[in-house]
Design a protein around this ligand. Structure first.
Ligand SMILES: Cc1cc2nc3c(=O)[nH]c(=O)nc-3n(C[C@H](O)[C@H](O)[C@H](O)COP(=O)(O)O)c2cc1C
Length: 141
């Protein structure tokens, strides 16, 4: 089973990268930024992204469209300071590109300016790891 992690991070805190690195070390899967396109077909792609101005960054949407033929299942893991998910934005993009997206998604609280200081914390990060493990367990059967 080919499982990969891609992330896009923008704020100086690098919250999305922090989550991606934690997943990478716990799941023993390499993690790369979305600058790195998929080289082969991927069974499960964890796409880690964040909410900016109530939307996803265009680069995340471009990544989905560029790599659409290689993604068998897209799983959204995102971070925001409000706790709102980017799922609807990612799903819209997945549908437009005929990419299969899991119904499950995970939002991890992230620090922004003076909101949510020091988050994601250890507890937040372990929520992301548990979510990813559940997904792998479910979809690798
Ligand atoms: C320019 C900018 C705009 C943001 N807009 C929102 C927003 O509309 N809603 C929200 O919940 N969080 C918003 N945030 C907070 C980010 O989603 C949050 O800090 C996230 O963890 C950032 O991830 P990153 O460090 O990987 O870029 C914004 C952050 C930045 C930098």
């Amino acid at each position: 089973m080919n499982i990969q992690i891609r992330y896009f991070t923008k704020s100086r805190k690098g919250n999305t990268k922090k989550i991606a690195d934690t997943l990478s070390s716990n799941l023993k899967i390499e993690s790369h930024s979305i600058n790195s396109n998929l080289k082969e077909e991927v069974d499960i792609l964890f796409l880690l992204n964040a909410m900016y101005a109530n939307n996803i960054d265009k680069k995340v949407a471009n990544f989905i469209s560029t790599n659409k033929d290689k993604i068998k299942l897209l799983v959204n893991i995102c971070t925001s300071c409000s706790g709102r998910s980017t799922y609807s934005r990612i799903k819209k993009c997945a549908i437009e590109n005929k990419v299969n997206i899991a119904t499950e998604d995970k939002v991890i609280i992230g620090q922004w300016l003076f909101f949510n200081k020091n988050r994601p914390n250890e507890k937040d990060l372990s929520l992301a790891v548990n979510f990813a493990k559940e997904i792998i367990n479910k979809y690798s059967k």
